[in-house]
Design a protein around this ligand. Structure first.
Ligand code: ZN
Length: 77
């Protein structure tokens, strides 16, 4: 069995590189995205995720308030 792994083979063929977070294309290691389009894509996705997180947070707080009310209202009556 040869000791060279597929990773070594790729390294020898392409040199040190990383992959684009969005499309997975090979690119220089100092970059995070292969193109402006992928960058925009990532930023847009991140923004959407943040919005989703905020909605979930609000929903959780509302649920908590409703549960508190349900616990406290019977004792007030
Ligand atoms: Zn890309």
């Amino acid at each position: 069995m040869s000791q060279t792994s597929w990773k070594d083979q790729i390294k020898r063929k392409w040199g040190p590189h990383s992959h684009c977070t969005i499309c997975g294309k090979a690119m220089p290691t100092d970059k995070k995205f292969c193109s402006q389009a992928c960058r925009d894509n990532y930023l847009g996705r991140e923004r959407k995720q943040k919005k989703k997180g905020r909605i979930q947070c609000v929903f959780l707080i509302v649920m908590l308030v409703v549960m508190m009310l349900m616990l406290f209202i019977p004792s007030l009556l």
